[in-house]
Write a protein that binds this ligand. Sequence first.
Ligand SMILES: Cc1cc2nc3c(=O)[nH]c(=O)nc-3n(C[C@H](O)[C@H](O)[C@H](O)COP(=O)(O)OP(=O)(O)OC[C@H]3O[C@@H](n4cnc5c(N)ncnc54)[C@H](O)[C@@H]3O)c2cc1C
Ligand code: SF4
Ligand code: SF4
Ligand code: SF4
Length: 421
Amino acid sequence: MPLPVLASDKTCTGCLACSNVCPAAAIVAAPRADGHTGISVDADRCIRCGRCERACPVVNGRPYGRQEAPGAALAAWANDDAVRRRGATAGIFGALASQFLREAGGFVAGAVMDGLRCRYILTSDLNDLPRLQGSKYMASDPGDIYRRVLSALKEGGRVLFCGVPCHVAGLLNVIPPRLQERLFTVDLICGGVSSPLLVDRFAEAHPDMTGIRSFRDKEEGWNPRGYRYRLQYIGADGSVIRMNPAVKNLVTDGFACELTDRHSCYRCRMAFPSRNSDLTIGDLWGDRRFTAQHRKGVSLVLVHSPKGEVLLTEAAIETAPVDPREALAGNSRIFNGDSAKRFFPERIFFPRLVRRLSFSALERVYAGRRDGASPLWLPFWAWRLISFRLAGMLRKATDRRLISRIFTERHTSSLNDTSEK
Ligand SMILES: Cc1cc2nc3c(=O)[nH]c(=O)nc-3n(C[C@H](O)[C@H](O)[C@H](O)COP(=O)(O)OP(=O)(O)OC[C@H]3O[C@@H](n4cnc5c(N)ncnc54)[C@H](O)[C@@H]3O)c2cc1C
Ligand code: SF4
Ligand code: SF4
Ligand code: SF4
């Protein structure tokens, strides 16, 4: 019998649905040269049962969504100011999780920082909420989270899972449909995940660093026109070191450059306005209506199912409908998962450059840091300017085409349509 055929290095999302369902522990997950998790099958252990192929969202042929307008698009924010402040955008995840954790049998699964790595936890403890909140702008490790969610559901619990869309896709393939009634899924609008090697190289240059506290800071307010990153890391004595946001760094600006993303992120197969999750949450970029709310953050919420509607109604969240076309136009990662940056030499040679370049050269190439650079860097900056502009123009052209297709073709998406769930 042949070995199972799983996603290739270029298409694998690292969701680990395959290893979560494997009865023989035959899936080996290990970091590749670019720092992202790669998958291989141990031929001696594999019993050729085919479960991994059926669970793999890339090879099993079931799409994660449709290029159709979502059931509803909402501007939203958490009513509790502390919850809202801790969230990367407007604390929607925090408000949903807080409601869930107060109910008997309620569990929440989400991503937390564990030292220099991001991984998922399952918890029923409200005290875990602060570390669950906030975006961790790097690749996260699902570990055996789907198995743990499965156990909680089998024991009669209700689970709220929040993560990047490819991990939600993996989860939905692992949990049998009969148990999905008590599973609520929230995915993020996802622009891609950067390599953990950026964090490792940053930590080598900052030997006192033991962990990351935050990647994005709302102390100076949220901004509907773009990100406001600010790295806060934890020092050896437990103190918090706040990086100057005016000086680019390898962790947050490296994430923003998108030149170390997982290969699958440059052709993301999960970028749909209408998805198999219950809710999608992200930033309401480009908003001009809710200006009084901007300082504290305004989220965009896409509702895909009646379960998603129930989640929103039960939680302490303020919502207002927005024009879905405008919302999508302001945030193209909802529906366009393609990026020309996969062809950039910086991405192609990243596995070699991350080991060979000095820390300061790495910061110039992968975080765009220019201060104090010698004039020898000028040709590189010229290339950077032109290549980013071209990639941006290409993306805008595709965005326009996709938007007009989504909103001009007849679509039947409705909150009552649960056929995909
Ligand atoms: C890697 C990444 C890329 C993103 N790209 C975009 C984008 O292009 N456009 C946009 O509008 N929004 C994007 N977001 C989403 C945005 O940053 C906010 O997370 C989102 O608006 C929810 O905000 P919140 O305040 O409701 O919840 P938050 O408190 O910010 O949400 C926290 C929850 O998000 C999940 N999460 C955080 N980091 C990770 C991670 N690395 N892997 C898996 N799950 C994680 C966890 O379950 C966590 O508990 C991205 C988020 C991440 C993590
Ligand atoms: S075919 Fe079965 S035993 Fe082999 S790797 Fe896949 S799930 Fe594991
Ligand atoms: S299940 Fe996920 S991790 Fe496994 S091969 Fe498929 S995409 Fe990769
Ligand atoms: S961009 Fe797509 S493939 Fe990459 S982490 Fe996000 S959902 Fe997964």
